[in-house]
Design a protein around this ligand. Sequence first.
Ligand SMILES: [Zn+2]
Length: 458
Amino acid sequence: MDTLEEFEKVKPRKPLIFFLIPLAMLAGVALVLVSLYERERPQVSIVSDLARIGVHATAEIHLGDRRSGLQSVEVLISQGKSEKRLFEKTYPRQGLLRRYGPRKASERFGINLLPLKFRDGKAVLEIRVRDYSFCNWMAGNLTRVRYEVMLDTRPPLVSRDGGSRYIIPGGSGAVAFSANEPLRSYGVEINDTFFPGIPLTRQGRGGYGVIFAVPHDTKEITLARIVAVDLAGNRGEMPLSLVLRHSRVKTDRIEIPDSFLDRKLPEFRSYYPELQEIEDRIAAFVEINNRIRKENGARIRELTSRVTPEIMWKGRFLRLPRSSRRASFAEHRTYFYRGRKIDAQVHLGMDLASVSHARVPAANDGVVVFTGYLGIYGNTVIVDHGAGVYSLYAHLSQIEVREGQKVARGDLLALTGATGMAGGDHLHFSVLVHGVFVNPLEWWDENWLNLNISGYLR
Ligand SMILES: [Zn+2]
């Protein structure tokens, strides 16, 4: 009984296997067919903003197809009955059996509107993407996406509402202007420097304002213009007639006594350990006065190049109270050691001396953006006053504010000292416009400020 039952149980297995093999083959073929004839469409996304297309635009699109991969893409633009092709590409088959296209692709292409001879106004951008599916008589699955776009080939028209006519080397200036359409970016170009602007309110009249500067060593102004770029990327320009008025160059002779080196070299060596390798004291001084000065300058430029789009200052900038001026802006300093010339640098601020550890007030309303040790500047505070204007306080003995803190004109920032490259207790005060050191005299003068800066921006 037992054996018979077992025999009968085993017997049907053979035909089952014979039945299963073709079934598996059929299923395999079906699977292959299903994958070859898959109906999943490719995906398209536009990365760049193409709502408004200017004379020259760049488009970036991302494509994807998870199953049979990408076969081709075509980008067309049409207006009325006219249709032009902007871009097309066919992807080669890949893989061992060369059955699939790439799963992903991103394409960048330029759009040059002028040869298309379309009118400014509405147009339709269409993207067609096919995959390598056998569907649709081997043509593949098709995704068609249509976007309504606005063609705009006209540059913005700029009108100057007022601004500086004269500027000195190391001086500041401002200009206000309006445009006949919204702008994406704008500013003033002087020689090879771009000064970004801010939107103005001007009692509801709107427009834009730019505060600019020319570096102290500027010999001539070869280019000065307002630059305005509209939302479609079209660039409009307007020349600025800006006259450079030269001022006399001041010079100063600085003796470096041994007592100064005795005091200062240990301080610098503690912040810059690499100086310990320079045994010669004068060589170490020259290294600090050049390489470290340059590094500190670059850091300051970085800290003062951000533009807060709001004018925070009110009225003239404060000067350290009850102080006398020990050195001026753009003084050409020659350094001597025991009568021998060892170095030359330009002084980019005002040195003001009062009693030692005098209270240093904020020159105007703003936000503290830096507090800390900054090489030749010693302990330093930098305040952002908005629209690209910053003030800097150096050689401090003690700092009383923290980064991010809002300060009002006259608020205590710090106490004067002699940290960094300072012989005695004093305040080194600098004003910067978009990272360019400018003459603080102009910013201390209420009349000058009203006539040359604030008057145009209100
Ligand atoms: Zn100084």
